[in-house]
Design a protein around this ligand. Sequence first.
Ligand code: MD3
Ligand code: FE
Length: 223
Amino acid sequence: MQQDLFSLVDDSGLDAVAGGRGRRLGPGTVLFPGLAAADAPQLVAEINGVAAAAPFRHMQTPGGQAMSVAMSNCGPLGWVSDRAGYRYQASDPASGQPWPAMPAAFRQLAGAAAALAGFADFVPDACLINRYVPGARMSLHQDRDERDFSQPIVSVSLGLPVIFQLAGETRSGPRLRLPLAHGDVLVWGGPDRLRFHGVQTLAAGEHPLTGACRYNLTFRRAS
Ligand code: MD3
Ligand code: FE
């Protein structure tokens, strides 16, 4: 596994980013350990507010399987999956209503993290909220439902830790395995935007803020 790590992490992997707050994992990928930890109580309160209007649900894959991760969205556009495929849409299919507004604290965190990673003026129009309980996982995939791959993506992890997997631009080949903990923020874009990635099965546990679950906020420019 050590060998995999060195073949996947760019030479610049030793560089600190943004005054030592970030760690470069690839030419366009920066991890900020704990960057969102101080804001976490407010972020979780905002998640609960969004979920009151747009409850977490297990979407169907195009193949008809229920995903193990439960999802909701906020912002102008939300990511959805059903028998018709993957797409972004302005309304919640469960209610027909617009998705809840993106909380200002979400937008500010995403913009600040992107700027620290070197992506100025990131204005997300979609925030997917993933909720993992023990046993949930996300298999290796690319994020390619967005219009402009030059826009970065910002991911915020809250609650229980998980191991995420980062591969190259194909499904096969070596994978970097990296723990993502409470408050960690990952920004990726540029040459890393289309790398395959996934999340290993969440292990049982209790987190003081989230209980037996992990949340991931994924901020994107979809349109
Ligand atoms: C991709 N979510 O919703 S984001 C997704 O933790 C999704 O819920 C995961 O993948 C989650 O589409 C993981 C983390 C991530 C981190 C670094 C990456 C994805 C990456 C680097 C390159 C490409
Ligand atoms: Fe993804």
